[in-house]
Design a protein around this ligand. Structure first.
Ligand code: 5GP
Length: 342
């Protein structure tokens, strides 16, 4: 359906290494034949499912394929072009700076490569604005988190507004959010906006510390926050009082088996409350999806009219970490592209 591709969209939750398309993946695989990686190991096709744990194994495979500066530059440019081709007008890309001792890749160079990709894409005739969220992988513990925060702070100053925030991601069953609070607090105090994966799996028991202690500017997934799945009412109230937007990824959650089926996705709970929620892809490569497909899926599952879909995509602008003048510019774009009749 061309409506969903033409619909101007905002993508706020996309992990770089999870967003690599089939074509780019094939290129990476052919560059490194000695690794003996097949494409079936890096993507979950239609109808297939994996446990969340298996999904994290997939990222380990992909990381072997993107372990040089050139790889990071190449995949970042490709991912930005693909989002632009899917009608995404504003993208907040996130990625975990990685050190690879065998290739000499450093965390600093990693961030520089992503920023360079964004700059190079600005020179092309793409209809997309891109910002970068530096990601903390919780698996690496508090010290690495603090190191990444300092790096993000440096780039927030030096990148001319490209680095706007910090993401907390990685295997939610590893570590405790409380231990990362000092690093997250520091990031927030220096002006980085926080997009945290929260309540992605049941009984994480760190939601209250992170929600009350910070709070974050946006929540990724929040799958087990709401009372119908055993979450606490007081936390839902907190999220509502503070109007903290949720980044919701339908295909990712169903394929990763944290949500039983599309119709049971917590999108409906928050959407019916009128709470700010933003449809996102999470990992368009790994989960074989596109943002236009996510909008189509939400519309067909929850019976949204085209007008409601339009409003949903426009409301996402306000949930972004873009400065006010850019938000205003994006609203103007939406107004100029809006169909006369739906
Ligand atoms: P990268 O940060 O290397 O560009 O993208 C892949 C990384 O993003 C993974 O290693 C993981 O830390 C994070 N990630 C991707 N998808 C998910 C997800 O669904 N949940 C969580 N918690 N982390 C994810």
């Amino acid at each position: 359906d061309p409506f969903y591709r033409q619909l101007p969209k905002v993508e706020l939750h996309a992990h770089l290494n999870g967003s690599i398309s089939v074509t780019t993946m094939e290129e990476l695989i052919s560059r490194k034949p000695h690794l003996n990686i097949q494409h079936s190991m890096t993507a979950i096709r239609k109808g297939q499912r994996r446990t969340l744990d298996e999904c994290f194994q997939v990222f380990k495979v992909i990381h072997q394929l993107t372990d040089t500066e050139e790889d990071i530059l190449m995949v970042a440019k490709a991912v930005i072009r693909e989002f632009a081709a899917d009608g995404v007008k504003y993208l907040e890309l996130r990625s975990t700076p990685r050190e690879e001792t065998h290739t000499g890749l450093t965390k600093r160079r990693y961030v520089e490569m992503v920023i360079e990709a964004i700059r190079q894409c600005e020179q092309e005739d793409l209809d997309i604005t891109v910002r970068f969220l530096v990601a903390v992988d919780r698996r690496n513990g508090p010290e690495a988190a603090m190191e990444t925060v300092k790096l993000a702070e440096d780039f927030m100053v030096s990148s001319d507004g490209v680095v706007v925030g910090l993401d907390l991601s990685g295997d939610p069953t590893v570590g405790h959010g409380k231990d990362l609070l000092p690093a997250l607090q520091k990031a927030k105090n220096t002006g980085l906006r926080l997009a945290l994966h929260l309540s992605e799996v049941q009984s994480q028991k760190e939601e209250s510390e992170l929600l009350l202690g910070l709070p974050p500017d946006r929540i990724g997934h929040g799958t087990f926050l709401h009372p119908e799945v055993g979450g606490s009412k007081s936390l839902v109230d907190k999220v509502r009082e503070r109007n903290i937007p949720l980044e919701l990824c339908l295909t990712s959650n169903v394929k990763g088996q944290t949500v039983a089926s599309y119709d049971k996705h917590h999108f409906s709970y928050w959407y019916q409350l009128g709470h700010p929620c933003v449809l996102c892809t999470d990992d368009k490569g790994v989960f074989s999806t596109e943002l236009s497909q996510e909008y189509h899926l939400a519309a067909s599952t929850f019976g949204l009219s085209q007008e409601a879909v339009w409003a949903l995509s426009e409301r996402a602008i306000n949930c972004s970490f873009a400065p006010d003048h850019l938000k205003a510019q994006l609203h103007q774009r939406w107004a100029s592209l809006r169909p006369q009749v739906f």
